[in-house]
Design a protein around this ligand. Structure first.
Ligand code: ATP
Length: 607
C-alpha cells in the first residue's frame, strides 16, 4: 500500500486532489472507448455478471485476457523470484483472520473519505474530486408551483402564472409579492387589493419548503445552469414545478473548491470515512465471532508468515518474500474500466533488510529502477512511465518514503505501482499483537553478541507493490494502434493492431493452412501446430481468406503468423519444401523459414 489515503491523521483536506486534477489533463476518452470495445469484441475482458446487468467493479477475463494476464504474472514471477537467489515465493489465503488486520491497522484506519452528490446520490472519493472555481449559488428552498395557483387572487388566470413565472426569481417571499404586484400591473390583470396580497404572502410563506442547497457554476457558465440543477434537486425532493428561493447574500466566488459534483455542480455532503474492507462470515454462525475479511492486500500474509518462511527457507537478510494473488477493496467509485475495481490482483514483494547495514534510500532506489526496467521489458517505454515522490501528506502513515510509478493512460497519468519503505512497522505490530517472536537474529554478529546485547531486531521492508489488472490495462493501452493500410487491390482500410511485446502477447503464433479443403495443407499445418504448442500459445485458423486471418490475429496482438502453402508441400520445387511463410505483425513483412528452424527462431523472442 503506497499512496492510499488512510484516514489516520487526516484533517479533512484532500492533499492528493490537485495531483489527481493534474493527472486528468491530456486525456483521450475516445481512444479509451475504442480499447474497451475491442476488449469485449475480441474476448479480453467482459463485465462480470453482464447478462444480469453487471456487477459494479468486477470484471471477467476472456480467453485472450486470461492468457495476457497469465503471461504478465509469469514474467513477474520469473524475474522477481526464479531468477533471483534472494527472493522466495509464497501463496497465502485470501480469507484473513480479523486479528491480522486489526494489528496491521486496517480495521481502524483503512478508509477513504466518501462524499455523496445531494442531487444524483452518486458517491465519490472526496480526495479525488478535482478542485473547481466559479460562483456558488445558494438556494434556501422552493415553492411548489401549485401554491401559486392556490392563491386567493381573483384576477390572474393560469396563463398569467405561466408567463409571469418563467422570468421570476424568488429571493424572498416579499420579493415575490412585489414582483407579483408588478406582474399584475404590467399584464393588466385585475390587480389584487393589498389585503389579498398580504394573505397571498402568508400563504406563500407557509408553502416554501426550506431546504438548503448550493450549486457551483464554473467560471463562464450562466446562473441559469445553476438554477436548472437546483430545480432538479427540489423536484427530486418532491416539490413539483419548484419556484426557486435564492439567498443572494450567500452567492459567492470560490477557488479550488472540492465541495461540488464535478459533473453537474451540485453540492456534496461532508466527507465521511468509509472502511474499504470486505467482510464475510466463516461457518454457520453469522455473527462477530465468525467474522473474516477478504484481504485488502497480499502483503499481510507475508508479514504474518515471516518467521515460518525464514526458518524453512534458511534465507539470510537481505531477502524477499513475493506473492501474487487476489485482493479486495470495497472501492467507493470503481472506474476507468479495470483500473480501479473491487476485486483485483496484486504482485507484491516484501524485501527485508537490516537498516544498520543498508541505507533504505539506496534499496528504495534500487527497487524503483528494477521495477522500471520490468515495465520496459514488457513493452512499456520509459517515456510513458513517471516516478512520483509521494509527498509526506499523501503517504501511508507507516511509510518513510514512497515512489509511485505512474503511466500515461488515455484517462490521465495514474499509478501502476507503489514502491514503499514500510520500515519495521508491520513485523513489530504483529509481534506485539500476537506475542510471538518475529524478530531476526543476525548470526554473523554472534561474536559481537557476546560483548553486546540486542542483536535481535525487526527487519525493515521495501515493498514494490504492483497491480496485475492495472498493468494489463497499461499493456492494452500501449499496444492499441489503428493505421490505414492499402491492400493489393489499392483499397485502403483501417488496420487495428495490438502491438504487444511477444513476451506477453496472449497468442504467440497463428498457424494457417492456405486452403482448408486441401488435406495435405491441413495435415502439414497441424504438424507445425503440434511442434510449437508445447512451447508457446498457438492458434490454428483455417477459415476465410488469408488476409482476413492475418487481420484477426493483428487485433488479438499475435506477433507471428505462419502460412503453410503449396511451396511447403514441395509443389514448386524441393528448395522450398518444408518451409513456411513467417509474417510479422508490426511490419507485415514476410519471410520464408524452414519448419525445422521455427522453434529456434521464435522461442527466444517470446520468452
Ligand atoms: P490508489 O491510490 O490508486 O487507490 P493505492 O495507493 O491505494 O492505490 P496500493 O495500496 O499501493 O494502492 O496497492 C498497490 C497496487 O495495487 C496499486 O499500485 C495498484 O496497482 C493496485 N491496486 C490498488 N487498488 C486497486 C484497485 N482498486 N483496483 C485495481 N488495482 C488496484
Amino acid at each position: 500500500m503506497s499512496s492510499r489515503n488512510w484516514m489516520c491523521g487526516r484533517d479533512g483536506a484532500h492533499p492528493s486532489s490537485s495531483a489527481h486534477f493534474m493527472s486528468t489533463n491530456n486525456t483521450d476518452p475516445q481512444r479509451m472507448e475504442r480499447i474497451v470495445s475491442l476488449c469485449k469484441r475480441r474476448g479480453f475482458i467482459f463485465q462480470s455478471g453482464e447478462i444480469y446487468g453487471g456487477l459494479n467493479g468486477c470484471w471477467d477475463y476472456g480467453p485472450l485476457g486470461a492468457e495476457l494476464k497469465r503471461n504478465l504474472k509469469d514474467y513477474w514471477w520469473r524475474v522477481m523470484v526464479r531468477e533471483r537467489d534472494d527472493v522466495v515465493g509464497m501463496d497465502g489465503s485470501i480469507l484473513t483472520h480479523p486479528a491480522v488486520l486489526k494489528a496491521s491497522g486496517h480495521v481502524d484506519t483503512f478508509s477513504d473519505p466518501m462524499v455523496d452528490c445531494l442531487l444524483t446520490k452518486q458517491r465519490f472519493r472526496a480526495d479525488q474530486i478535482p478542485p473547481q472555481s466559479g460562483t456558488v449559488y445558494q438556494f434556501i428552498g422552493a415553492l411548489p408551483l401549485n401554491a401559486l395557483f392556490d392563491l386567493d387572487l381573483s384576477g390572474p388566470t393560469p396563463e398569467f402564472w405561466k408567463t409571469w413565472l418563467s422570468p421570476t426569481l424568488l429571493t424572498s417571499v416579499s420579493d415575490l409579492i412585489e414582483s407579483l404586484r408588478r406582474g399584475l400591473n404590467e399584464q393588466n390583470a385585475i390587480p389584487a387589493d393589498d389585503d389579498s396580497l398580504m394573505r397571498a404572502a402568508e400563504h406563500l410563506q407557509a408553502a416554501v419548503v426550506r431546504l438548503d442547497f448550493a450549486v457551483l457554476a464554473p467560471d463562464g457558465k450562466p446562473i441559469e445552469s445553476a438554477r436548472k440543477v437546483a430545480a432538479q434537486f427540489y423536484e427530486s425532493r418532491g416539490i413539483k414545478n419548484p419556484v426557486l428561493y435564492e439567498d443572494r447574500s450567500r452567492h459567492r466566488k470560490v477557488e479550488n473548491s472540492t465541495c461540488f459534483n464535478p459533473e453537474n455542480g451540485a453540492e456534496l455532503t461532508a466527507p465521511r470515512s468509509f472502511n474499504l474492507m470486505l467482510r464475510t462470515n466463516l461457518g454457520a454462525a453469522a455473527d462477530e465471532s465468525s467474522l473474516a475479511y477478504l484481504r485488502p492486500e497480499t502483503a499481510q500474509s507475508i508479514f504474518v508468515q515471516f518467521k515460518n518462511v525464514l526458518d524453512t527457507s534458511r534465507k539470510k537478510l537481505p531477502f524477499g518474500i513475493a506473492q501474487i494473488g487476489k485482493a479486495f477493496r470495497n472501492e467507493i467509485n470503481p472506474r476507468n474500466f479495470i483500473f480501479r475495481s473491487r476485486e483485483f490482483e496484486q504482485m507484491e514483494l516484501e524485501y527485508f533488510f537490516n537498516p544498520g547495514q543498508q541505507p533504505w534510500q539506496e534499496l528504495l532506489e534500487y527497487w524503483k529502477e528494477q521495477r522500471l526496467t520490468f515495465y520496459e521489458d514488457i513493452g512499456i517505454p520509459r517515456a510513458k512511465l513517471h516516478t512520483l515522490t509521494v509527498p509526506d501528506a499523501d503517504r501511508a502513515f507507516y511509510s518513510k518514503g514512497t515512489y509511485d510509478i505512474e503511466y500515461d493512460f488515455p484517462f490521465g497519468r495514474q499509478e501502476l505501482e507503489g514502491v514503499a519503505y514500510r520500515t519495521d512497522y508491520d513485523l513489530r505490530k504483529h509481534a506485539e499483537a500476537s506475542r510471538k517472536r518475529l524478530d531476526y537474529f543476525d548470526e554473523t554478529m554472534k561474536m559481537e553478541h557476546l560483548l553486546h546485547e540486542g542483536k535481535e531486531f525487526y527487519p525493515h521492508v521495501i515493498e514494490p507493490s504492483a497491480g496485475v489488472d492495472r498493468t494489463v490495462l497499461a499493456l492494452l493501452c500501449e499496444a492499441f494502434d489503428e493505421e490505414t493500410v492499402t491492400d493489393e487491390k489499392g483499397k485502403s482500410e483501417t488496420r487495428i493492431v495490438l502491438r504487444f511485446h511477444p513476451r506477453i502477447a496472449p497468442i504467440k503464433v497463428g498457424v494457417f493452412p492456405l486452403l482448408k479443403n486441401k488435406p495435405e495443407l491441413v495435415a502439414k499445418a497441424r504438424e507445425v501446430q503440434e511442434l510449437l504448442k508445447r512451447h508457446m500459445m498457438v492458434f490454428y485458423d483455417e477459415s476465410g481468406a488469408i488476409g482476413r486471418r492475418y487481420r484477426r490475429q493483428d487485433e488479438a496482438g499475435t506477433p507471428f503468423g505462419l502460412t503453410i502453402d503449396f511451396e511447403t508441400l514441395g509443389e514448386r520445387g524441393d528448395e522450398l519444401r518444408d518451409t513456411v511463410t513467417l509474417r510479422h505483425r508490426d511490419s507485415m513483412k514476410q519471410e520464408r523459414v524452414a519448419i525445422a528452424e521455427l522453434l529456434a527462431k521464435l522461442l527466444p523472442q517470446v520468452q
